[in-house]
Design a protein around this ligand. Structure first.
Ligand SMILES: C[S@@+](CC[C@H](N)C(=O)[O-])C[C@H]1O[C@@H](n2cnc3c(N)ncnc32)[C@H](O)[C@@H]1O
Length: 219
């Protein structure tokens, strides 16, 4: 049964891989460590934004459709959900996917080349021993700082108050300035696409917490 599911997944990935740049795990593909050439990939010099933990891709796809003047790379470590995103995205010209982990991004993305990062409903990893997996842990903030161009921001949305508080502290302790925050964010107010998780949490009447943070430029 397990084998059949895997085979089916591989077939679906093969059929929809036009927008898939590759797999970014420890070792494996991209192992020549050559940085991605965005001009070659997208055929233009428009700014490139990154969504980390893009799940089934609804946010990245909608944002790409609504904003043809930007390019988007959506990164997600779980193949099973990326395949859904690839099937939904069709041949969206300003969107590409990577199956892989945020930890490895500096291997393939040139420093200072990203114009903004979205962290939408990242896993809160509530147990204390898991905190270095949270996507606002200092080891990830260091990576974002490296990838982002000056003045570019990280936008984080979550339904989890504990994760929101953790992120506020982590940004502040690591010299990021929180330039906007909300404890009842409405994506429609900022014309932002709604994610799959966001739709679910809103349906349950949960408030959405949101932070916009920018590197403060102090070491
Ligand atoms: C709770 S889901 C949210 C999905 C989507 N952003 C949404 O809002 O509907 C979080 C996703 O982040 C992915 N993820 C967690 N840690 C990651 C990492 N280090 N690198 C890439 N993806 C990661 C998980 O596999 C999961 O699909």
């Amino acid at each position: 049964m397990r084998m059949r599911r895997k085979k089916n997944l591989e077939r679906r990935l093969d059929q929809t891989s036009a927008l898939l740049l590759g797999r970014l795990f420890y070792g494996g593909e991209f192992n020549d460590n050559k940085p991605l050439c965005f001009r070659e990939i997208f055929g233009n010099d428009a700014p490139v934004f990154l969504e980390i933990g893009s799940g089934k891709g609804g946010f990245a796809i909608q944002t790409a459709r609504d904003n043809p003047d930007i390019n988007i790379i959506a990164l997600e470590k779980c193949e099973n959900v990326v395949v859904t995103a690839l099937e939904q995205a069709g041949s969206q010209p300003n969107l590409r996917f990577i199956i892989g982990i945020a930890e490895e991004l500096p291997r393939i993305i040139t420093s200072g080349s990203i114009s903004g990062i979205w962290l939408n409903f990242s896993c809160p990893y509530p147990k204390k021993y898991q905190q270095n997996r949270r996507l606002t842990n200092k080891r990830f903030l260091r990576i974002y700082n490296q990838l982002l161009s000056s003045d570019a921001v990280v936008k984080q949305k979550t339904d989890n108050e504990g994760f929101f508080q953790y992120s506020r502290e982590s940004f502040a302790e690591n010299n990021w300035d929180i330039i906007r925050e909300s404890v009842d964010f409405k994506s429609e107010d900022e014309n932002e696409a709604v994610t799959e998780y966001e739709r679910k949490f809103r349906g349950e009447g949960k408030p959405i917490y949101r932070i916009v943070a920018k590197w403060g430029g102090r070491d």
